[in-house]
Design a protein around this ligand. Structure first.
Ligand code: NAP
Length: 258
């Protein structure tokens, strides 16, 4: 993707990775629009000079209203970063968690798919259009404590591949950002300060460097996510070993919240 001169929408851009990207893209001369749920986060984003939109990505009518407003206000829109997401524990032995399951599927999976449909025709008429999904290292080796979350990220990885293939003869570039474990509030304050997570600033810096170095990049992979991204490369046995080690380590670290 081109690194400047874009008009892009970042969902969930009021905090964490989305806000980090928004700030860097803004510095590089892009027009960045932020959509999110929390009024307080949107207000803070406005103070930083971003145009903001209120959206609840779990609701089809809200996604439609967002797309309509953004396209009316910014006909030059040429990119979207599907960043909004939630990640919650689901302990199946404690009983079913249908609310978490449905909210996670709607936010992380159906939301980006629907928004893509809503923007596709518009992007087909643009030069240098792009669609960036945000998956996770957990798309390639799931965290068993967050089964629906991990499944949505694997599904978005698959969807991104199909989308890229279908759009290969158009002007729309399809990118996938694959973060490792990063210090944000995704799972609460503990994650934001967890020394085992990658510092947010270092993550954003590395991502921007990758984007600058390779305008044709498909998967945006920082060093730290490579072992997870390639955990399947050595065959099923090695993959299972990686999966078990990851999950044993995470379960031990998070016993209190489980
Ligand atoms: N941090 C990590 O370790 C990590 C690793 C891999 C992938 N990721 C992915 O990176 C993306 C960003 O997460 P983050 O780590 O930056 O955490 P974050 O700071 O919690 O960001 C998530 C954003 O999504 C928004 N959001 C959630 N539900 C929404 C809804 N229904 N409608 C609209 N906006 C909604 C949140 O805004 P509200 O609070 O206003 O709802 C929030 O600003 C997510 O897709 C996540 O899965 C993160």
């Amino acid at each position: 993707m081109q690194i400047s001169g874009n008009t892009m929408l970042i969902t969930g851009g009021g905090s964490g990775i989305g806000l980090g990207l928004a700030r860097e893209f803004q510095k590089l001369g892009n027009t960045v629009l932020i959509a999110g749920r929390s009024p307080a986060k949107l207000k803070e984003a406005e103070l930083l000079g971003f145009k903001t939109y209120s959206v609840d990505m779990t609701k089809p009518t809200s996604r439609e209203a967002l797309a309509k407003s953004v396209l009316a206000d910014y006909p030059g829109l040429n990119g979207v970063i599907h960043n909004a997401g939630i990640m919650k524990n689901e302990n199946m032995l404690k009983g079913p968690t249908p609310e978490i399951r449905d909210e996670t599927l709607a936010t992380n999976l159906i939301g980006p798919m629907h928004l893509t449909e809503l923007f596709l025709k518009h992007f087909l008429g643009k030069k240098n259009a792009f669609i960036m999904t945000v998956t996770s290292g957990l798309a390639f080796s799931p965290l068993a404590m967050t089964p629906t979350y991990s499944a949505t990220k694997a599904a978005i990885h698959s969807y991104t591949q199909s989308l890229r293939y279908q759009l290969k003869d158009t002007g729309i570039q399809v990118l996938e950002l694959v973060p490792p474990y990063v210090q944000t509030g995704l799972m609460g304050e503990r994650q934001a300060k967890d020394p085992n997570a990658m510092p947010l600033e270092a993550f954003i810096t590395e991502v921007m460097q990758i984007l600058k170095n390779d305008t044709q990049v498909k998967e945006i992979l920082v060093e730290r996510v490579l072992p997870q991204r390639h955990s399947g490369d050595g065959g099923p046995e090695k993959h299972e070993q990686f999966f078990n080690q990851l999950n044993d380590r995470m379960l031990a670290a998070r016993k209190a919240e489980w």
